[in-house]
Design a protein around this ligand. Structure first.
Ligand SMILES: C[S@@+](CC[C@H](N)C(=O)[O-])C[C@H]1O[C@@H](n2cnc3c(N)ncnc32)[C@H](O)[C@@H]1O
Length: 222
């Protein structure tokens, strides 16, 4: 058993952020913390991969990519993150710095401008998407509403991103995504099966009205 499998990794410090910041960017909540717990649960699998490039899409405060880097502390990797909200990418880099992690942020829609260069290169991919069921008209903002507005079945942004995963991930790469029951994870599993991925549910937790799950995708092994 590796030493890491026994450890508890510290939750990244976000005390540099104020309530004013959270008027503009997503404040880490149960969904964010469930993703951290799933990464911790999978730490041996993640470590074994010896990832070269880690990417978080929709980084918000940067807590998730910073935590991933904490798990991989002894392993040199490139930590990239994107967000459509420029305030989020700015703050995510700050969160990294406050926790001794060097994060490269890019303000963009999903992975636009990066996807060609990153083709087949991403070893660990994270996405806590805007998953809340809302009117379609609420999707597409570049401000705080972008943090939750997911349109019909909460799938508007999710489905757009799922078509990009196969191009981004390396052969052994792992993709972790947060969903709620209303996003219909069984349907997502079928969509990703057609793209050549197996899906597993790493963790599930109820938070108020939300039944949250962390899904892990990996290419189907021959
Ligand atoms: C639920 S929040 C998650 C934030 C952070 N990852 C966390 O777990 O605390 C979703 C994030 O996705 C970002 N986002 C929404 N649509 C996006 C898009 N099309 N491209 C990039 N980021 C997007 C939002 O601005 C927000 O920061």
């Amino acid at each position: 058993m590796s030493l890491t499998s026994l450890s508890h990794f510290p939750t990244p410090k976000i005390s540099h952020l104020s309530t004013d910041d959270f008027k503009f960017i997503y404040e880490p909540a149960e969904d964010s913390f469930l993703l951290l717990d799933a990464l911790e649960k999978d730490c041996v699998r993640i470590e074994k991969l010896r990832p070269c490039i880690c990417l978080e899409v929709g980084c918000g405060s940067g807590i998730c990519i910073t935590f991933l880097a904490t798990i991989l502390k002894s392993w040199p990797s490139l930590y990239l993150c994107t967000d459509i909200n420029h305030k989020a990418t700015e703050i995510a880099q700050q969160t990294g710095r406050e926790n001794g992690i060097n994060i490269q942020p890019v303000t963009t829609d999903l992975v636009e401008s990066l996807d060609v260069r990153l083709k087949g290169q991403v070893d660990i991919l994270l996405f806590n998407p805007p998953y809340v069921v809302t009117p379609e008209s609420e999707v597409g903002s570049k401000g705080i509403e972008a943090a939750w507005a997911g349109g019909e079945r909460g799938r508007q942004v999710i489905d757009r991103f799922l078509t990009k995963v196969s191009d981004l991930l390396s052969e052994e790469g792992l993709f972790y995504m947060v969903v709620i029951k209303e996003n219909i994870p069984e349907e997502i599993e079928q969509m990703m099966k057609k793209e050549g991925f197996d899906m597993e549910t790493v963790l599930t937790r109820r938070s108020g009205p939300e039944l949250l799950s962390i899904l892990r995708f990996q290419r189907t092994q021959a």
